[in-house]
Design a protein around this ligand. Structure first.
Ligand code: PEP
Ligand code: MG
Length: 591
């Protein structure tokens, strides 16, 4: 293939050179219909039976390989195994083959029939089960068309996919993934968040990414958002050198990661970690985090057939609290909805999911689930320093309602003689514009604020954070965003409560000086960015950050804000910039 450069959005730092491995989902198209003559029917049926058996064997192997500490993934694999072993699906497909239809099409037709039955069912939960049936059948279909498994990436390479969902994690062997390239995704979609926490260079939203790339030598440049196909000698040499310099830089940064994030003139900000999986806790400590500022608990509900129960959650939260003690662990209640789908929960289809029954709204609608989680968090509060965080609060009524329910759950525990910390700090995510506008009111009701800039930008600017077409409009330094954060911090401090910033903006070297200027109490970021951000803080002064903030607060456009910040950072920290990935993007972006 001829040399070419594909452009996308850089979301995780690093450079990788390797062969492209395309996660092919187009194989569906190859499952086309063809007629089977009567004499070939037994052979075709044998092929179908064999595919079911191979799928079961594959799932059996996967199940055995799920590590003990990821056992929540096992339940989903188990559910798929039961489905492919279930005779009903197979028998119906075999009967279709007997009518003279090829195995692939027979299976598709059977599936369509099951889907039609499910569609007529009123119950959202049962309808969601259809997803499991489809995924299990797709495995059989994939074997029929001769498509290899994702997990069997033959060697280390650059994984190229149209899309990658959190659920895909179960099958991908990340030890073999040198870098990630996807066609979909925006600046703060979850694939980027994941890539950063796994320290895998990544570019998302790549135009013209297709399966013709399979097997090609590529350079993925996670700093500049480029995928170079069939690079020349010079490009290979430059990429190798850049990768080596990045490794050196990281080693240097890592050595000082346990020093505090304190400016040269003595202003100290706490550097906390955002985590998605319990297993990240070890890395978090090694990377110099002073606590966990955001535990995205919804990930523990994904990839399993049934939600975890109270005992399982309490055990996990307790482990986390004791491993991190005396540091704090901020546990956010379920933030399901929008792009975070949890198959084991009842999530109906919504035409506008980011504005739908998401996060606290979902929990207030499904009180049993909310109660289970609150009880588990309360039970864990007797150890270390656990704090409770409610996502997506949009106004005082919603907050009061959530608190009322929380107090009822506290009373239930007390009546049962189960110990908990009565004054466990309770905070809210500030990520919806209506909450921002009423920050002074909300501050009276909580112990801390945590600013979720990923959603705050999405909702304030009206930009879907996962949509690459509007990605240039996703501007963290839009005056509306800077003013919003400043207002939240000031309102919090006025009321005597602490303010943390936990969106991706807190990991962006261009944005951190402004957060320091505002004197936020803590920042919470993906663990891998902690060492370099702490180092940056140690090289700055509060005085210069304050001066920059003053300039920004009186400026009126994204372009001038980006310019002011860039000038300061380029002048003062050229090295940090070479190796960082920023949300800023092009000057003053428009689509
Ligand atoms: C945010 O919205 O900034 C945030 C931290 O939460 P999430 O990315 O999980 O929505
Ligand atoms: Mg959010």
């Amino acid at each position: 293939m001829a040399r070419r450069v594909l452009h996308g959005i850089p979301v995780a730092a690093g450079v990788a050179i390797g062969r492209a491995y395309v996660l092919d989902r187009d194989w569906f198209a190859r499952a086309a219909y063809h007629a089977i003559p009567p004499e070939a029917v037994p052979q075709e049926q044998a092929r179908l039976r064999q595919a079911f058996a191979s799928a079961a064997a594959e799932l059996g192997r996967l199940l055995a390989a799920v590590p003990e500490d990821l056992r929540e993934h096992a339940a989903m694999v188990q559910a798929h195994l039961l489905l492919v072993q279930d005779r009903k699906l197979q028998d119906q497909a075999l009967a279709a083959v007997a009518e003279g239809i090829n195995a692939e099409w027979a299976l598709e037709r059977t599936l369509a029939g099951v889907e039609a039955t499910f569609a007529a069912v009123e119950d959202d939960y049962l309808r969601a089960r259809m997803q499991d049936v489809r995924q299990a059948a797709e495995r059989v279909l994939r074997i029929l068309v001769g498509q290899a498994q994702v997990a069997s990436m033959p060697q280390r390479g650059v994984l190229v996919a149209q899309d990658l969902s959190p659920a895909d994690l179960v099958e991908i062997d990340f030890a073999k993934v040198l870098a990630l390239a996807t066609a979909s995704g925006g600046k703060t979609s979850h694939v980027g968040i994941l890539a950063r926490s796994l320290q895998i260079p990544a570019v998302v939203g790549i135009e013209a990414l297709d399966s013709a790339l399979a097997g090609e030598l590529v350079i993925l440049d996670g700093f500049h958002g480029r995928l170079l196909v069939d690079p020349d000698e010079d490009e290979l040499a430059r990429a190798t050198e850049l990768a080596a310099r990045f490794d050196e830089y990281q080693a240097v940064v890592l050595r000082s990661c346990h020093l505090p994030a304190e400016t040269r003139d003595g202003f100290r900000v706490q550097a906390l970690a955002n985590i998605e999986f319990f297993e990240e806790v070890v890395a978090v400590r090694d990377l110099g985090a002073e606590g966990i500022g955001l535990y995205r608990t919804e990930y523990a509900f994904m990839n399993r057939a049934t939600p975890p129960d109270e005992d399982e959650l309490a055990e996990q939260y307790l482990d986390l609290a004791s491993l991190m003690a005396p540091h704090k662990v901020v546990i956010r209640t379920l933030d399901v909805g929008a792009d975070k789908l949890v198959p084991s929960l009842r999530q109906g289809r919504e035409s506008n999911p980011a504005l739908g029954l998401r996060a606290i709204r979902y929990c207030l609608r499904h009180r049993d689930l909310f109660r289970t989680q609150l009880r588990a968090i309360l039970r864990a509060s007797v150890v270390g320093n656990v704090q409770l965080l409610l996502p997506m609060i949009s106004g005082i009524e919603e907050l009061v309602e959530a608190k009322k329910f929380y107090h009822r759950v506290q009373q239930e525990l007390a009546a049962q003689g189960i110990p908990f910390r009565e004054d466990m700090p309770l905070g809210i995510m500030m990520e919806v514009p209506s909450a921002v506008m009423t920050a002074d009111v909300l501050a009276q009701e909580v112990d801390f604020f945590s600013v979720g800039t990923n959603d705050l930008i999405q909702y304030t600017l009206g930009i879907d954070r996962t949509n690459k077409d509007v990605s240039p409009l996703y501007q963290p330094l839009h005056p509306a965003i800077v003013r919003s954060i400043k207002w939240i911090v000031d309102s919090g401090h006025q009321a005597g409560i602490e303010v943390c910033v936990c969106g991706e903006l807190a990991a962006d070297p261009f944005c951190v000086p402004l957060l320091l200027g505002m004197q936020v109490d803590s920042i919470s970021l993906n663990p891998r960015s902690i060492p370099s951000i702490k180092r940056l803080v140690r090289q700055m002064t509060l005085e210069e950050c304050d001066a920059l903030l003053k300039q920004i607060m009186s400026s009126q456009s994204v372009a001038s804000n980006n310019r002011l910040v860039r000038e300061m950072i380029y002048r003062r920290f050229p090295e940090e910039l070479l190796f960082s990935v920023s949300l800023l993007g092009e000057e003053g972006g428009t689509v």
